[in-house]
Design a protein around this ligand. Structure first.
Ligand code: 1CP
Length: 359
């Protein structure tokens, strides 16, 4: 098998996360936190005063340093490369700005189907190669401490930003495209999917040991829209990435899907299709029902409410234990139900991890 060997990466010492993702036995429940490299960390805030958001993403030394920050501080079982889902729209030719306190903004979004011609198909190595370089560097600097996760935004979530121009409480503009321009919507989703497939393969070649697909905007879709505009593309991504890696004779890696806010029926369909090794759940999903409905052939990841991190340290510890206990030690990866919030106390992070590991 090529790929991993070529880089001569340090030997992995803690494989709990990868074992749980593949459904193998673990000594302790693995835990990591979405957005674990971020503004709740004083060292990240300090770094951000010196560097612009996208310069950090585009400079492998910087992205690597920030990725390692939470690993140095906490007893986490996985790392995730520092980047953003919006690097794809950027590589496709759109301007993306990171507005402090607001988030990403696309000042000139795609206004109508006629403007789809503004998008270009990126050259992955040339336009997004910096993410690969950051991954390779980080794999070396991690010294095998924990595995490194690569990631992407899912097609519908990225389409949302590309049309809406930024975050939104309704995604009404992007969602109305699905009714007004169904064919163009499918065309755009397919275009984004093709880019994502090559982008993820590149990340694995560079050293990513697992991949997470963030469908953070699933909450805007009902079952009918999810079936047509999200599910087929999510499944296509996993199948094509795995088969391309196979063709290249590179060992495939566990694939995680995080469809935030998807309905139980949508989640069930995704779990039953078995294209993903792991399904990430947001905090509204009941652990007992999740196990019943999604079966035992998929690993579950999640799902403590990020706001529960604001209770006392003792309560965070107890709640983490309870959630971990309910999901159980088999086929489970502990995480929050969405990204950690910027002013989360560091003591809560420590208590959450300790609670999970106490099972
Ligand atoms: O530690 C890590 O998790 C790695 C870094 C990471 C990841 C995985 C960042 C850095 N962003 C992401 C993914 C991402 N980005 C998602 C999917 C996860 C999720 O649902 O939260 C989404 C939707 C984005 C888009 C985005 N980028 C938002 C949300 C805006 C909205 O309202 O829709 C925001 C606020 C950002 C900025 C951002 N990305 C990452 C960080 C640390 C930040 C904060 C900005 C800063 O430091 O100035």
């Amino acid at each position: 098998m090529i790929g991993m060997m070529q880089h001569n990466f340090p030997k992995l010492k803690n494989d709990r996360f990868l074992r749980a993702a593949r459904g193998e036995e673990v000594d302790k429940i693995p835990v990591w936190i979405m957005r674990q490299a971020g503004r709740y960390l004083p060292e990240f805030r300090e770094f951000r005063t010196k560097h612009d958001f996208f310069s950090i993403c585009q400079t492998p030394e910087f992205a690597c340093e920030v990725t390692l920050q939470p690993i140095k501080r906490f007893n986490l079982d996985a790392s995730i490369i520092f980047s953003d889902i919006l690097v794809i729209p950027q590589a496709m030719g759109l301007i993306v700005e990171m507005k402090p306190g607001v988030g990403p903004v696309i000042p000139q979004p795609i206004a109508n189907p006629g403007e789809l011609s503004r998008l270009r198909i990126p050259n992955i190595e040339k336009d997004l190669g910096y993410v690969g370089h950051a991954i390779t560097l980080t794999r070396h600097r991690l010294e095998g401490k924990v595995p490194l996760i690569g990631f992407t935004g899912a097609p519908w979530t990225l389409m949302g930003y590309m049309i809406q121009g930024g975050g939104s409480s309704t995604m009404a503009h992007a969602r109305s495209w699905l009714y007004k321009y169904p064919e163009d919507s499918l065309k755009l989703l397919q275009l984004i999917t093709d880019v994502i497939v090559d982008y993820l393969v590149m990340q694995v070649k560079a050293g990513a040991q697992a991949l997470q697909v963030f469908e953070s905007h699933a909450d805007y879709l009902n079952d009918e829209l999810f079936d047509k505009y999200s599910l087929p593309f999510l499944n296509q991504i996993s199948k094509r990435v795995k088969s391309k890696l196979n063709e290249l004779q590179i060992l495939d890696v566990p694939m995680i899907v995080f469809p935030k806010g998807a309905t139980y029926d949508s989640l069930e369909l995704l779990a039953k299709d078995q294209c993903y090794d792991v399904i990430g759940l947001d905090w509204t999903v009941n652990p007992v029902e999740a196990r019943e409905r999604f079966g035992s052939n998929i690993t579950i990841q999640g799902n403590m409410d990020p706001c529960a991190m604001y209770s006392t340290e003792k309560e965070v510890y107890t709640r983490a234990r309870e959630i971990a206990n309910t999901f159980g030690k088999s086929r489970y990866i502990a995480n929050l139900g969405h990204g950690i919030l910027p002013d989360t106390p560091l003591s809560s992070v420590e208590a959450f991890i300790r609670g999970v590991h106490s099972i």
